[in-house]
Design a protein around this ligand. Structure first.
Ligand SMILES: Cc1cc2nc3c(=O)[nH]c(=O)nc-3n(C[C@H](O)[C@H](O)[C@H](O)COP(=O)(O)O)c2cc1C
Length: 402
């Protein structure tokens, strides 16, 4: 029962290999997974929903627009439920839609809504598979962090011989179990502290200085660390995100509060990942009362600012054996500035991102990062899902710890 308790979505598309999805569902259920099947309309031409519902012991999702209108947001709930979505077999058509973010049926809509990793097992005729359009679409998905299960070469349903055949069950099951096993428990019991989100620095009781950080990167790191067994403390600025399962969350408002919350808990930590976008400056004398328009003269008004406490520096000064990971958001001289930050603040690794690079904007679900290490190594990573980047950051932090 290697997959006991895992929630897995199996997406089935209109490929001649769709019959193999029945075997996959059966194997997953036998391995202890809870499985939900979602089919494209074309897939139903190849295999009946009844077969897959019976094997998965659950209703199969077919309609984007269910009869029961109250269940209209099913794709969001199913997206949050899943630990893994695997599309097997994945047709050339569905791969193209996934690569370009189309959401014109239940399966493609769900693929956009899921927060979990995506696995794609292409299966098609050789000519479709080697076509430059398909290859480019697969490359896009790979860059974005999806795992591609390469098709096998052999005799195809059309009688042609070449790559395009959906691998047999042992290969598919091995890819799925390896996905869960490779990182499962590798942070078991390790205390990890993550900061996330922006801070709000009060100007008066109703106004503040803030920034565009959504907190998604830090929450993804906290979620990944908890999934891998860590004892996670998440110190979060004001964000509109749900607490990941198993994470101990502390909400704060200002940089000062975040500094205090982190300093109170840092001693028991083994890894600290400071991904919050902490304000560097705060109003020096916030007003107790709402500032009235009439208080400003006609040229406007001045707000004096003071420096806020530097959390990364404070931890760097006291870190002992802990692995300290900082984030740098730079819009010019990125590498030089990030390296200086790493040295000056005694961090072990800096995750550098530039919000102006496509795919790395605030609030999105993807990021483009460069990892800079204290020993001079630099690792440039491609555009990928924040969830995938979260695991890589933790992999590197763990390697530094060892
Ligand atoms: C008999 C038959 C077999 C097919 N096999 C495949 C296949 O293995 N892979 C594939 O990409 N398309 C295959 N197609 C074409 C797809 O069914 C078609 O592109 C469809 O639009 C896919 O829709 P979907 O991606 O929404 O499931 C096949 C079509 C037929 C008629």
């Amino acid at each position: 029962m290697t997959l006991r308790g895992k929630h897995i979505i199996v997406g089935v598309t209109g490929s001649i290999a769709a019959y193999k999805s029945a075997l996959l569902v059966r194997e997953l259920v036998k391995a202890g997974a809870e499985v939900r099947v979602i089919m494209t309309p074309s897939a139903c031409e190849f295999i009946t929903p009844l077969t897959l519902a019976t094997l998965s012991q659950a209703d199969v999702v077919l309609d984007m627009f269910p009869q029961d209108r109250a269940k209209g947001t099913w794709h969001i709930h199913l997206g949050m439920w899943a630990d893994l979505m695997i599309v097997a077999p994945a047709s050339a058509n569905t791969i193209a839609k996934l690569a370009h973010g189309m959401a014109d049926n239940a399966l493609t809509s769900l693929a956009l809504a899921v927060r979990c990793p995506l696995m794609v097992a292409p299966a098609m005729d050789t000519d479709m598979y080697v076509h430059v359009a398909t290859q480019e679409n697969i490359a896009i998905l790979r860059r974005r962090g999806a795992s591609i299960i390469e098709p096998e070469s052999g005799e195809l349903a059309s009688g042609l011989v070449g790559p395009g055949r959906l691998p047999d069950m042992p290969v598919l099951m091995n890819a799925i179990t390896t996905h869960f096993e490779s990182r499962a428990g590798d942070l078991a019991g390790v205390p990890v502290l993550v900061t996330a989100g922006p801070t709000h620095e009060a100007i008066d009781p109703v106004r503040y200085i803030g920034n565009h950080s959504s907190g998604k990167m830090g929450f993804a790191i906290a979620e990944a660390a908890a999934r891998r067994g860590a004892a996670v403390t998440l110190v979060s600025g004001p964000v509109a995100l749900a607490t990941p399962p198993g994470v101990d969350r502390i909400d704060v408002g200002s940089a000062e509060q975040m500094h205090a919350a982190v300093m109170q808990r840092f001693e028991e930590q083994r890894i600290c990942v400071l991904s919050a976008a902490v304000a560097d400056f705060a109003p020096a004398r916030p007003s107790d009362q709402k500032i009235k328009k009439s208080e400003a003269n006609t040229d406007g008004m001045r707000i004096d600012l003071r420096r806020t406490p530097d959390i990364l520096r404070s931890l760097g000064e006291r870190k002992g054996g802990m692995v300290l990971v900082g984030f740098a958001l730079e819009t010019e001289n990125e590498h030089a500035n990030a390296e200086r930050k790493l040295r000056e603040k005694n961090a072990d690794m800096i995750v550098l991102n530039n919000p102006r690079v496509e795919g790395a904007a605030f609030g999105g679900d993807t990021n483009v990062a460069t990892l800079i290490f204290a020993d001079g190594r630099v690792e440039e990573l491609p555009l990928m899902a924040k969830s995938a980047l979260a695991d890589i950051i933790l992999d590197r932090a763990l390697a530094l710890r060892r």
